[in-house]
Every structure is written in structure tokens, then in C-alpha cells.
Design a protein around this ligand. Structure first.
Ligand SMILES: [Fe+2]
Length: 190
């Protein structure tokens, strides 16, 4: 079974890529994992799998961004997560498979392989659809022009609204999505 100690190591793996490459921010990693944990409690999903998946879903995003391979960040994060999970002894084959599926499916799929995978995908959406995600995300983003940053957040908001699948999340975020669109739209004048 995944231990607390392994969750701490997984968190450090995600933090290290963030510190070295600047994305996603520590704020975004922590926020998505906090939401994923809350949703797991509410919906009865396996909390350890959800936390491992949330920390690992973008664990190579910063590296991919720096190498100009942003569109490969899911595959790169999956490989890095797989290498890590193969290096520890307390994770069962079943837990390994479930966690890696969370990484692979975190941008949304027509049919999720598990509730845990769906929870991780939906939690990721909060980074771009909630007021807390937007304000915290902008405040902690490094090395980016403001115009470009606003454009990315506006595009991501639409993309993540489409990926959102859980009713509870649509209910929590519907009004905030509208506010985010108005707020970012006012900046760009669109
Ligand atoms: Fe991602």
C-alpha cells in the first residue's frame, strides 16, 4: 500500500521539477492536490491514489516546457512517474497502474478508467476555473510576459471547462468560470 512516506517523496519529485523549471508553480501543485483530496473524501475515492496522481500528473511539465515539448508533457510525466513508482517497494502493481492512469488521463478522456482518475482530472481544472486558481496562478507564475500569461489562462479556462465531468465540480465552478472569462476578457478587451 502507498505509504505516507512515499507520498512525501512523490510530492518532492513534483516540487523539484517545479523549482528547477518554473512550471507548474508550487501553488498550483498544492492547490490541485488539495482539491483532489477534498473530492476524494466527498466521493469515496482512494485518497492515496488521488494524491499520488495529482502530484505526478504534471511532474515533467516544467522540463517539457523548457525543452519546447509542452505537447509531450503527459507522456514525459507518465515516464517519470513510472520510473519513480518502479523504484519504490511499497506500491502494489494495482496501485501503480491506477496512479499512472491518473497521469495519462488528467486532461480528460471519453471514459475514465477509475473514479480516482476522474477526480484528478477534475481537480486539475480548478487551477484555471476558480478564482483562487487564477489569482494564485498569476501571482506565482514566473518568467512570462503578462499579455502571454493572460492569453494562456483564458485559453486554459475554456479547455478545462470542456474537460470538467463531475457534477459537483460543474456546480462549484460554473459561476466562477463566468467570472474568470469576464475578468480575463476585460484585460484583453474581448
Ligand atoms: Fe497537464
Amino acid at each position: 500500500m502507498i505509504t505516507t512516506n512515499t507520498i512525501s517523496k512523490i510530492k518532492e519529485l513534483a516540487y523539484t521539477d517545479s523549482r528547477e523549471n518554473g512550471a507548474p508553480s508550487i501553488f498550483q501543485i498544492d492547490y490541485a492536490t488539495e482539491v483532489a483530496t477534498r473530492l476524494a473524501d466527498l466521493l469515496g475515492a482512494d485518497k492515496r491514489i488521488v494524491q499520488a496522481g495529482a502530484y505526478l500528473m504534471d511532474c515533467a511539465l516544467g522540463t517539457a516546457y523548457r525543452q519546447g515539448k509542452l505537447n509531450q508533457h503527459v507522456a514525459m510525466s507518465h515516464k517519470k512517474a513510472e520510473d519513480f513508482l518502479n523504484s519504490v517497494t511499497d506500491v502494489t502493481e494495482s496501485e501503480k497502474g491506477s496512479t499512472l492512469n491518473c497521469v495519462l488521463e488528467h486532461h480528460g478522456v471519453p471514459k475514465f478508467s477509475s473514479l480516482e482518475s476522474e477526480v484528478v482530472c477534475n481537480a486539475d481544472c480548478y487551477k484555471f476555473l476558480s478564482i483562487k486558481g487564477i489569482v494564485g496562478g498569476i501571482a506565482h507564475m514566473r518568467d512570462m510576459e503578462v499579455d502571454q500569461l493572460v492569453q494562456i489562462f483564458a485559453t486554459k479556462a475554456d479547455e478545462k471547462w470542456k474537460a470538467l465531468s463531475l457534477d459537483i465540480c460543474k456546480k462549484e465552478l460554473g459561476g466562477q468560470y463566468d467570472s474568470v472569462k469576464k475578468f480575463l476578457g476585460s484585460y484583453t478587451g474581448k
